[in-house]
Design a protein around this ligand. Sequence first.
Ligand SMILES: C[S@@+](CC[C@H](N)C(=O)[O-])C[C@H]1O[C@@H](n2cnc3c(N)ncnc32)[C@H](O)[C@@H]1O
Length: 287
Amino acid sequence: MFADPPDGDVLADAETELMTELVGVQKTLSPVLKAKALDNRLPDPILGDEYAERTMRRLDPGYDKGRFGTSQLGLAAVVRAKAHDDWARSFLAGHPEAVVLHLGCGLDARVYRIDPPATVDWYDLDYPAVITLRQQMLPPREHCTLISSSVTDLTWLEQIPRGRPLLMIAEGLVPYLTETELRRLLTSVVETFPTGGIQFDTVSVWAWRTSKWDPTLRRYGTRFRCGFDDPAALADWHPRLEYVDEAPMNDSPLLTAKAPANVRRVYRLLNLLPGLKRSTAIVRFRF
Ligand SMILES: C[S@@+](CC[C@H](N)C(=O)[O-])C[C@H]1O[C@@H](n2cnc3c(N)ncnc32)[C@H](O)[C@@H]1O
């Protein structure tokens, strides 16, 4: 299941001393960060995130030693990040006065990659331990506010300015929420703001059900808590919510074009199995 990089190499040593304060699901930020850092070392990167490489190097100076082979299977997570970036850029181009909620931000440097105009107010939210680490790793930025909270404690919504278009981005977060928590989050966002976009990624029911056996998630002491075979149907949760589209992940043309040959071959094989190919979906909605 590929909600996070599926490859043992990437995941095996992606925890470092600086991350010892992180517990359970918070640790899932590390393999994604490592995949982004490794991507930046490719001759023709997919995301090209210098912040990820710099952060990973600070967390673990030797992170890339001998890890440049099959570990790039994590490139699907990089494709996911690129899809979220592209959608966010396009939303902000049409709504330069927007408010952005970047939920479960981990150590992702999206606000620096996208570099929105000063008219955009950006909020990066994650658990307190993650935000503390983030403050050590990434520079402060005007119009970017950090929120230390569980996303499920919706009182954080009270500090977000109202009356402006809203973009909610949740990369790699939704599978760790229960369906009830996700439903409350989506309906609260739609009811709080006049208009906006919502983009996130989900795992399939099969990936959710089998996640309790996933060795990486087990080591982190977490597992997926929801899964959807038809995430477009989540639009039914609120009359103002409308499904827009889905971006490819495991079968992305970017992987065919840019992944090293050995990695490309593995993805080609995995994509022959519909259950694996459709184990994740990157989806966007509007309201
Ligand atoms: C797989 S990581 C993804 C991190 C980041 N979005 C990225 O793509 O690099 C999942 C993130 O969601 C955060 N998370 C999970 N459940 C959360 C919750 N209930 N409230 C806030 N953050 C949560 C974790 O702490 C972690 O940083």
